[in-house]
Ligand binder design. Structure first.
Ligand SMILES: [Zn+2]
Length: 419
């Protein structure tokens, strides 16, 4: 923290309320020590969640950039890159992050987690011409790192990228691995496999005294079907051994997703990427990974909706157990969210009490089929920021303008009490 920032922070402590409050129509105030900020960035191209922990450590979860020329895009099903096609999603994400990190002298991402190897979470090189100095294409996470240095990356495949089968022919993974090795050689990037059960893989990078003043925890819940048991750092496997399966029956990419939980004081946040929990016809029971993970998570304050609210996500067991007060829906296609999913989110059949749902970007086509439920949503588009106040007792949800880079607050919800 620079001297000026220290002085301002000290002044703000003496003058409570002065300059701290967020106001509608004004840019979001810069992060202050003690606050936990969770930014769900809308690029229209998939997930990108940027976290600033209460002592200043930073974490990026995913950096999607979907294939802009494939069957999904330039069609009503998808929205274009947001706020415009002038830049790619990775660059928009990086610019957003740099704005958040203007309290740092040199902005940096301490940790990046790639939850699984799909374009809307890591970026695809297909039909992208932007190249790095290294021998790889700039898209999604590889493009973010070109603008903001990343110190450590955690994913589900390092070092062999072979579960459940080798990914040598996957152009996304091939490009990503080229990026990793170039960044390791030239920028000192550290890469690790995300390990379920641990609460010491994503930790504070600040000094011991700063750390002790603002303790937080990131628990690694699940990856590749390995689930934390809730005791110590023990895990159990949810998937059958590969030897008992034909290759066509192997776990799919979504169910291998990384899931994690962030805790700060009484506040809890759950992020399960593209986990699924609604069985498709004829599928074996182990395809439902939401039911077992719900048992170890328990009630949370805020949940990132699984799999963009696609119809195979957010089953009743998950909702009854998590009972989220706030749900953030990372939407970018006409199928996000499924009508039945939205009905479940709002149903008191699974849990009682109020809940607020915020979408990052609903397409007109998505709105048509859920028109009668739209008035229940708190936002249909915007960057959705969860700002947890010092100590983790209360939080607000801020909806930020996403039409330009104004970072202006469009609406404020809360304060909510962390439970
Ligand atoms: Zn996805």
């Amino acid at each position: 923290m620079c001297v000026l920032h220290r002085v301002i922070s000290a002044l703000l402590m003496v003058l409570p309320g002065w300059g701290l409050a967020q106001r509608v129509g004004e840019p979001i105030p810069v992060w202050q020590e003690g606050q936990l900020d969770i930014h769900h960035i809308n690029t229209g191209q998939g997930n990108a969640t940027f976290v600033v922990f209460p002592e200043g450590t930073t974490l990026l979860i995913d950096a999607g950039a979907i294939n802009s020329m494939d069957w999904r895009t330039n069609k009503p099903r998808n929205i274009p890159t947001w706020p415009s096609n002038e830049r790619q999603a990775g660059e928009w994400i990086a610019r957003y992050i740099r704005n958040v990190l203007r309290f740092q002298r040199i902005p940096a991402i301490d940790y990046a987690v790639i939850t699984h190897f799909h374009d809307d979470h890591m970026g695809t090189p297909l039909n992208v011409v932007k190249r790095s100095k290294g021998d790889y294409t700039l898209t999604g996470i590889t493009e973010v790192a070109d603008y903001v240095p990343i110190h450590k990356i955690l994913d589900r495949g390092w070092p062999d990228y072979a579960y459940p089968k080798p990914m040598d022919a996957d152009s996304m993974v091939v490009n990503y691995r080229r990026f990793l090795s170039w960044q390791q050689q030239h920028k000192g990037l550290v890469v690790e496999r995300f390990q379920a059960g641990r609460a010491d893989q994503i930790v504070s990078v600040k000094s011991a005294s700063t750390r002790q003043k603002n303790p937080f925890e990131v628990r690694n819940l699940m990856v590749n079907g390995e689930l934390w048991t809730g005791e110590g750092d023990k895990i159990k496997g949810l998937f059958p051994g590969l030897r008992s399966l034909k290759p066509a029956e192997y776990p799919n990419e979504n169910m291998c997703s990384i899931a994690l939980q962030i805790r700060y004081g009484a506040f809890d946040y759950f992020s399960g990427a593209d986990l699924q929990g609604v069985l498709q016809f004829g599928a074996p029971a182990w395809h439902d990974v939401e039911t077992p993970i719900a048992q170890v998570v328990g009630p949370v304050d805020v949940q990132l909706v699984d799999h963009h609210g696609y119809p195979d996500s957010q089953n009743g067991s998950l909702l009854s157990r998590l009972q989220p007060r706030v749900l953030v829906l990372p939407a970018w296609a006409s199928s996000h969210p499924g009508r039945d999913v939205l009905e479940r989110l709002f149903s008191d059949q699974f849990y009682k009490g109020e809940r607020d749902v915020f979408a990052t970007h609903l397409l007109p086509e998505a709105k048509t089929t859920i028109a009668d439920l739209l008035p229940h949503l708190k936002s249909e588009s915007g960057h959705i920021v969860i700002r947890v106040e010092k100590g983790g007792k209360t939080y607000h949800v801020l909806v930020l303008d996403d039409q330009s880079e104004s970072y202006k607050v469009k609406a404020i919800y809360g304060p909510y009490s962390a439970r």
